[in-house]
Design a protein around this ligand. Structure first.
Ligand code: XLS
Ligand code: NI
Ligand code: NI
Length: 437
């Protein structure tokens, strides 16, 4: 039985193709900088948006047409949805997917029942992975939908909720390990505050760190070798999320001695919500060796919330791929489309259009980034711009050989600093535009 009878395998047809159900840039076996596009990009489909999203918003229920759904959150429906998901992913030709525990299996009346449901679905997911060769990029636990998490999970004022969250993450990690997941993600969910009058901020941070330490301990205990990732987001659902941006996450991890056990999963729309560009967040994380994976999406320039749209800007995908190539790849990470079709795009085929566009935007961005790197124009400019640090007084400062006394003596003798040279921002922006084709 086919759930997408109108779609066959999506193929690469080249840049001139006008077929909306073909790739114009994503050619999985094409080699860029010595590696296939497939291995550079490591695309993943987000189970929650693509197979659970029905298009609901605060003003009305979802109206997506999903002929296979029976309107229930039953275990049978969950098992059937696995078939839908794998047919979709196989036709699209993605190597990975990502899920929350509660996306793939329904929550039961008790924790034990929820665990049993998850076991049943994991068994089927494992079988499908084997049949198709599609793998798990990361698993995670939904610690935000159920009303018990109203005050957060590990940062809840209610210690029982911390215990519940721990049990849930323990199980989700086991499921991820069982499915050969190569990462495990911690996104803060409701870990943050709405109001400081009722919040013991320091105690909540301590509890968040305690929770992550326990997770690291358990990871070692069961021999799970996937990479742990923290996903920064500044707000929504809470007014202030504790993992607000890359810099805050790195600081938090270091304060609590967790920096060796975690990297970051950076999401475009979260970067912009934090008042940063994606380029900034990636550059920051990468500079400190902390960029592990990417949630690929985009916001809307005119809307101030997490709209989770599919990526389509070549400027942005080229910037992302520049950072990724500059750091030698994402390792176990990948590009997960944490993105959803608009409520108005309610037909199943829109799921294909959305992912094809996102994949093409990144494949195109990869080619642009590789071309920029090949010519070395940005790299050369930056190298030249900092040349004063490569010898003389600059090299002495970096090597710790010049203290304030020596620096004063040096400047007194010299009288005035060397002339500055132009940053040439506009010229460089023009240079980048040259590659956007
Ligand atoms: C929500 C987050 C979430 C994480 C996984 O804004 O992006 O979807 O990626 O829990
Ligand atoms: Ni995300
Ligand atoms: Ni998000």
């Amino acid at each position: 039985m086919s759930f997408f009878p109108e779609v066959s395998q999506i193929k690469y047809e080249g840049p001139d193709s006008t077929n909306p159900l073909a790739f114009r840039h994503y050619n999985p076996s094409e080699v860029v900088e010595g590696k296939t596009m497939k291995d550079h990009l490591r695309f993943g489909v987000a189970y929650w948006h693509t197979f659970r999203g029905m298009g609901g918003d605060p003003f009305g229920p979802g109206c997506a047409v999903r002929p296979w759904e029976d309107g229930t959150d039953s275990l049978d429906m969950a098992l059937k949805r696995v078939d839908v998901a794998f047919e979709f992913m196989q036709k699209l030709g993605v190597p990975f997917y990502c899920f929350h525990d509660r996306d793939v299996a329904p929550e039961g009346d008790t924790l034990a029942e929820s665990n049993k449901n998850l076991d049943a679905v994991v068994k089927k997911l494992g079988q499908k992975q084997k049949d198709t060769g599609i793998n798990l990029l990361w698993g995670t636990a939904n610690l935000f939908s159920n009303p018990r998490f109203v005050h957060g999970a590990s940062t809840s004022c209610n210690a029982d909720v911390f215990a519940y969250a721990a049990a849930q993450v323990k199980k989700a990690m086991e499921a991820t390990k069982e499915l050969g997941g190569v990462n495990y993600v911690f996104w803060g969910g409701r870990e943050g505050y709405m109001n400081l009058y009722n919040t013991d901020l320091r105690r909540e941070f301590d509890h968040l760190a305690k929770f992550l330490h326990l997770a690291v301990e358990y990871k070692k205990k069961i021999g799970f070798t996937g990479q742990f990732l923290i996903e920064p987001k500044p707000k929504e659902p809470t007014k202030h999320q504790y993992d607000s941006d890359a810099a805050a996450c790195v600081a938090f991890l270091r304060i609590y001695g967790l920096e060796k056990d975690f990297k970051l999963n950076i999401e475009t729309n979260h970067a912009t919500l934090a008042g940063h560009s994606m380029h900034h967040e990636l550059t920051y994380a990468s500079s400190y060796g902390m960029l592990g994976s990417i949630d690929a999406n985009r916001g809307d320039e005119l809307l101030g919330w997490d709209t989770d749209q599919f990526p389509n800007s070549l400027y942005e995908t080229a910037q992302v791929m520049l950072v990724v190539l500059n750091q030698g790849g994402l390792g176990s990470g990948g590009l997960n489309f944490d993105a959803k079709v608009r409520r108005e795009s309610f037909e199943p085929i829109d799921l294909f259009h959305a992912h094809i566009g996102g994949m093409d935007a990144f494949a195109h961005g990869l080619k642009i980034a590789a071309a920029i790197r090949k010519d070395g124009v940005l790299k050369d400019f930056v190298k030249q711009r900092y040349a004063s640090w490569d010898s003389g007084i600059g090299a002495d400062i970096e090597a710790g050989k010049a203290k304030f006394d020596e620096l004063e003596a040096y400047m007194l003798k010299k009288g005035e600093a060397e002339k500055n040279s132009s940053g040439r921002q506009e010229m460089l922006e023009n240079v980048v535009n040259r590659y956007l084709r």
